[in-house]
Design a protein around this ligand. Sequence first.
Ligand SMILES: Cc1cc2nc3c(=O)[nH]c(=O)nc-3n(C[C@H](O)[C@H](O)[C@H](O)COP(=O)(O)O)c2cc1C
Ligand code: SF4
Length: 493
Amino acid sequence: MAGIYENGQGADGANSGTPQLGRIFEHGYPGGPANGFGSEYPNPFLKQHIVYANRDVPNIRELAVYRQHGGYEVAQRVLTTMQPQAVVDEVKKSGLRGRGGAGFPTGVKWGFIPKDIFPKYLVCNADESEPGTFNNHEIIDLNPHQLIEGMIISGFAFGATAGYIYIRGEYAYGARVLEQAIAEAYAAKLLGKQLWGTTVDFDLYVHRGAGAYICGEETALLESLEGKIGQPRAKPPFPAVAGLYAKPTVINNVETLTNVPRIMQHGADWYRSFGTEKSPGTKAISISGHVKRPGNYEVPLGITVRQFIYDVAGGIRDGHELKFIVPGGASSPWLINKPEHLDVLLTWDDMAAAGSMLGSGAMIVLDETTCVVAASMKIDEFFKHESCGKCTPCREGTHFLTKVWERIEHGHGRMSDIPLLDDLGKQMSGGKCFCLLGPSAVAPVTSALKFFSDEIRQHIELGRCPLGYNHPPVAAHAVEGGVHTGATSVLAR
Ligand SMILES: Cc1cc2nc3c(=O)[nH]c(=O)nc-3n(C[C@H](O)[C@H](O)[C@H](O)COP(=O)(O)O)c2cc1C
Ligand code: SF4
């Protein structure tokens, strides 16, 4: 992601009125007084920001500024004039789908919470650890009160009296912004007991994780939040019935919750004027890699992949050609440079029909200079590192996959590695792993084999990168063996 922090004003630079946060980013956000990644560029498809509302207002993260722009008025109106069920109904009617990856309808999820078990919890998933994903970050760092307002309204809707924002520990800056925003909200009696003179209580806490991708998976997150090792739980029971401390719990993504104040402000019909029938609203998408204008852009759901890459992010860097796209975070199957893929609509259903996924809204675009073997190896190294080790197919499989890629990458590949990769991928798919992290590691394998098998073959035949890159040679013994028992025999067959 070189580029996004490169120049421009620091988040705690001259335009900030919150010096106590200190200067965290060395290089700051681009965009000058406009606060967000990519916000300085024209966005031809969006008539109005929803998630990144007020992104161009300096210091919107401060309570006073947020309130000058109508902040917390929606929460006050909702809590003092509406019944909780009416909020659930409005969110259901809006068609809001969870932005954390699966696109599950938010109002329906809230509706699963049993009415007669107390207390109930709302957990905001701010782990955002998928490579290429940084769209939640912008909300947290620059407009935390819209998220907090969304959590107050959402908690009210299904009866939660406490909320937790689980944020990856490395995001120290974001955690501090949130802590400060929450302190401001408490001081103004926007959090705590009897909000706006009602009987509604809502407390909010920030919890810093220790930095594990698996803790973005909702049940591993709950384990971690309870102070245990971050490994997924068996489902059922689902968190709606037995979640945090075995109590009914809703887990929603940052962007999902940030939509809620705008839906309750303008109504479900207004919200549905954005996007498509089955994927209403907008999506904040992070785009990185070889595009001219990497950054975060909010676009209506339903524009095409081509429109997003070329009209929003400025197209491929000068003189180069698109090679492939990792469209929804590292775990998503790739799209390539062909009209059928470029014309796919950015919706959950259209992306799935094209064999990929919208995922976390993180598009990594690679041009013709990218070595498919090196890229696949890097992605699988990530999954190997992040595998929690609970189940064998993922713990061993991510290790084996990485070893095979490394062997090919460093010039010691053999033709039998191609069916071996395919076989390993099959051993990790089709419900054999305990959670979705394992199959995620297979996405680069199936994509590379499907679209670039000739390039992989060439890499093996030549014993080097066919694109002419001088990847450092590594001795065969360094990539043959493995720390796990059996690795050598599997790789050597
Ligand atoms: C390995 C893995 C990592 C995940 N990471 C995140 C994450 O960082 N943020 C997130 O919101 N959802 C993540 N999810 C999805 C969550 O499990 C969950 O579906 C989501 O937080 C629900 O929120 P939503 O309904 O608002 O989409 C991850 C899932 C898996 C399997
Ligand atoms: S699939 Fe991987 S991350 Fe998920 S439980 Fe198994 S070992 Fe852990």
